[in-house]
Write a protein that binds this ligand. Structure first.
Ligand code: FES
Ligand SMILES: [Fe+2]
Length: 393
């Protein structure tokens, strides 16, 4: 009850952006529903609500731990607008620190790098890889350096965010109060109990600059409806008649199909998960753990698609490819591995053109969120509803 005034004022904010009708249609049955109205794709204020409530209050994928394989390796990330740095400390532990100096608030790390300590570029305060303040040159006067043998305490040390890894995937929860990571992943893991994820190894990543709102990437990801028109090669591999809409199970969307034959980049030429059932040998599954951890499971891979909103019409996308066992090693399986990476790159680029057009179409006052296919787009519609629910919860 204590939260009620906050909730209702947030609900009013939501309705003032989406309009009463846009809000109502987000909750209507699919036959009468629309997607979220245009402001949800163009409003800065709306994006701020999403960053705060959907991203900072969830588990968010921050990358692969093999992007930072050695102590001192670090990668700056933005989680729901909050600058963080993910690093490997001296004890080999992966940590997420808020990437902001405790002095005047300078962002500390601007690019992936490897360092034994973090030195602020502004007045050279020095922090250890554990985030503890070590030194403040000239702070108390010329040529006097304050040093700290065990950090400066809660007012001076870098602030740590909750961070856990699962089979090479690094997750961060900025608000710190999410359920345990394994509980959050469980709807996906329950459907993949025949896949031994302890065998997945990071083989690299692709980066994309998407000229569209982050939600459009996932709305597109969920529905197989566009495959016949946009992805000729994928269509050949998995035709329309093996596809269905997928569905949400708790906070996780899942979809799957059984494909007729293995193909390059989809199960052929690379080692498979051990002891797969006959079904799983020709099965593709894909998931979206709300808000942004999308994972595709084929017999020979675990591929992650993660989006980071930059602005309402701009999104940074990372596609991480994990292969099975030594398939990820530099010296083995080079040809099929490169073919697989190329196929993901091509497939994603086929979508990028559409995403740009979807974003531009949402400038039109004649578009009201559209009419959706009850056969294919129920889960896409529910994604919009889930965003609203998360914002007002
Ligand atoms: S802002 Fe970092 S040392 Fe001054
Ligand atoms: Fe697509």
């Amino acid at each position: 009850m204590e939260n009620k005034p906050i909730e209702s004022s947030r609900l009013n904010q939501v309705k003032s952006i989406l309009g009463e009708e846009g809000y109502a249609r987000a909750f209507a049955p699919i036959e009468k529903a629309s997607g979220l109205p245009n402001p949800a794709y163009w409003s800065n204020f709306w994006l701020e609500l999403e960053k705060e409530h959907c991203f900072r209050r969830s588990w968010v994928f921050a990358g692969a731990d093999m992007e930072i394989p050695n102590p001192g390796d670090m990668k700056p990330v933005e989680i729901g607008g909050a600058p963080l740095v993910v690093l490997r400390d001296r004890d080999n532990r992966v940590r997420a620190l808020h990437n902001v100096c405790r002095h005047r608030g300078t962002r500390l790390v601007s690019a992936p790098c490897s360092k034994s300590k973090i030195t602020c570029p502004y007045h050279s305060w020095v922090y250890g890889l554990d985030g503890k303040l070590r030194a403040r040159p000239h702070f108390k006067g010329p040529n006097i350096t304050d040093t700290f043998s065990d950090g400066g305490g809660p007012d001076l040390d870098l602030i740590e965010a909750r961070c856990e890894t699962w089979n090479g995937c690094v997750f961060v929860n900025v608000s710190g109060d999410c359920e345990p990571l394994m509980d959050w992943l469980s709807p996906m893991l329950e459907r993949t109990s025949g896949h031994d994820f302890s065998k997945i190894r990071w083989a690299g990543k692709l980066d994309f600059d998407v000229k569209a709102n982050w939600k459009l990437v996932y709305e597109n990801y969920m529905e197989g409806y566009h495959v016949f028109a946009v992805h000729p090669k994928l269509l050949k591999f998995a035709p329309m008649n093996v596809r269905w809409s997928g569905e949400w199970d708790r906070h996780v969307f899942y979809n799957d199909y059984i494909f007729p034959e293995l193909d390059e980049g989809r199960g052929a030429g690379l080692p498979h998960y051990p002891n797969l059932s006959e079904d799983n040998k020709k099965r593709g599954l894909w998931f979206l753990c709300f808000p942004h951890f999308a994972a595709e499971v084929f017999p020979d891979q675990f591929t992650v698609l993660a989006c980071y909103p930059v602005s309402p019409d701009r999104t940074r996308e990372e596609l991480h490819i994990f292969l099975i066992g030594d398939a990820a090693d530099k010296d083995s399986y080079e040809e099929p591995r490169n073919a697989l990476i190329k196929i993901w790159d091509e497939l994603n680029r086929e979508d990028l053109g559409m995403l740009d057009l979807l974003q531009q179409g949402r400038l039109s006052p004649a578009y009201d969120g559209g009419r959706l296919s009850p056969h294919w787009e129920g889960p896409t519609h529910q994604f919009g509803r889930r965003i609203i629910e998360k914002i007002v919860s």
